[in-house]
Design a protein around this ligand. Structure first.
Ligand SMILES: Cc1ncc(COP(=O)(O)O)c(C=O)c1O
Length: 411
């Protein structure tokens, strides 16, 4: 039979999903790998969905989303993001991920280049490949507070570069870009005639500093902004996000929505209206929990002698597995964080996200998520530290052996 798509078959599976599936073999595993809020969706949001279903709001909606939801998005953006748009600028999508995917489809031709952060969300890389564009990683390193290095960015631009993607607050670094940095990103895009794709999935999850949407300084329609209900309202499974862009971009997304998915789940759209327009104290309550957990992890890392990132937003912490005080620098081979993740799971039953899933600069880290109880974080970090401190005597072996040890379900 003829071969399946090369681009799809040539792609690795998400390392986070791989660890998550592997952890199913260990019912007692401590889960620190996934960015899934551990709070229930607030009751008033669930109630709105129940009411919608009872009233039989169960048919298709417009491709770009219900008018009422797009109007609710307009209200939310003015209230929270100082962004003043109209419903014609709003495209409702299946989570932020479909908003990213759809944006890439509309903005990029085969072979065009997109500048993506490293460390950065692994799905950006996978999605770019699926639309036949070339992902070009730009560094955001710990020594520079994980913000873009503009000299490096300048060197990476070619005549095929079309999009710069920024993600603040960042998954996985927790960096919150200042107004100055985001204005510099927009200036960079203006200078090189690029689109700025701004993933603002964590716009409401900021511990210090302030979230800025670069679209508020854009008077040309150069910025496409992406938001979601997933993290803010603990609605990951409802799958509702939205892209904000100039009308012709929204029109193009609307057109391709039909052959992809037609529209977003109607009941979930009703729930999202309640989320955006209803009481917002649930957001500050959850944020307070994440902040307490962040502070706890920082304290525990100090006690255990772990080198970690200090997130100002989102809900992730990077733990450096390459260098620990008093220990020799560990020889990292390509994919070391994947091996470390697999071995840690086998030995200590702790699931973490391997840094390699966020780019090659992130291979020296594993990511832990603050979407776990204080008890799970305390025990998980103690086990991780125990394992890491024992590890310098044990060389990190090349990928294959340890990855096979943790069987690959579904492959
Ligand atoms: C930066 C970033 N963008 C997009 C997404 C996808 O969000 P959603 O669940 O709304 O599709 C995530 C999820 O982890 C993320 O971290």
């Amino acid at each position: 039979m003829k071969a399946l798509s090369k681009i799809v078959c040539g792609m690795d599976r998400s390392p986070i999903r791989f660890i998550l599936d592997s952890a199913a073999r260990f019912p007692d595993a401590i889960h620190l790998e996934i960015g899934q809020p551990d709070f229930p969706t607030p009751k008033h949001i669930i109630e709105a969905a129940v009411q919608a279903a009872r009233h039989e709001y169960t048919g298709y909606t417009a491709n770009s989303g219900m008018r009422e939801l797009r109007e609710a998005v307009v209200v939310k953006l003015a209230r929270e993001n100082d962004l003043h748009v109209q419903p014609k600028n709003v495209m409702v999508t299946i989570g932020a991920m479909q908003a990213v995917f759809s944006s890439l489809m509309v903005l990029l031709e085969h072979g065009d280049e997109i500048l993506l952060p490293d460390p950065g969300y692994g799905n950006f890389y996978m999605a770019s490949r699926l639309v036949y564009s070339k992902a070009v990683a730009y560094p955001t390193i710990a020594e520079e507070s994980f913000v873009p290095d503009f000299e490096a960015l300048e060197r990476l631009v070619t005549d095929r570069t079309k999009v710069l993607l920024v993600n603040s607050p960042s998954n996985p670094t927790g960096a919150v870009y200042s107004e100055e940095v985001l204005r510099a990103c927009l200036d960079f895009c203006r200078r090189h005639d690029l689109y700025l794709l701004s993933d603002e999935t964590y716009d409401r999850l900021v511990f210090e500093g302030e979230h800025h949407s670069p679209a508020k300084w854009d008077d040309e329609g150069r910025v496409v902004s992406i938001f979601t209900a997933s993290k803010t309202y603990s609605m990951t499974g409802w799958r509702v996000g939205y892209a904000i862009a100039r009308p012709d971009i929204v029109d193009a997304m609307t057109k391709i929505q039909e052959p992809m998915v037609s529209c977003v789940n109607t009941v979930a759209q009703h729930a999202t209206i309640a989320a955006l327009l209803g009481p917002q104290d649930c957001v500050s309550d959850m944020l307070a929990h994440y902040r307490r957990r962040r502070d706890l992890v920082v304290e525990l890392a100090r006690e255990h002698g772990l080198t970690i990132s200090y997130p100002h937003g989102a809900f992730y912490v990077l733990v450096d597995i390459s260098e620990q005080p008093g220990a020799p620098t560990r020889p990292l081979v390509d994919g070391a964080s994947m091996d470390f993740g697999c071995q840690l799971l086998e030995a200590e039953h702790v699931a973490v996200a391997p840094g390699i899933g966020f780019g090659s600069l992130c291979d020296r880290y594993v990511r832990i998520s603050l979407c776990a109880s204080e008890q799970a974080l305390t025990e998980g970090l103690a086990r991780l530290a125990r394992y890491l401190h024992a590890a310098p005597t044990r060389p990190i072996v090349d990928g294959a052996a340890s990855r096979q040890a943790v069987r690959r379900p579904g492959r």
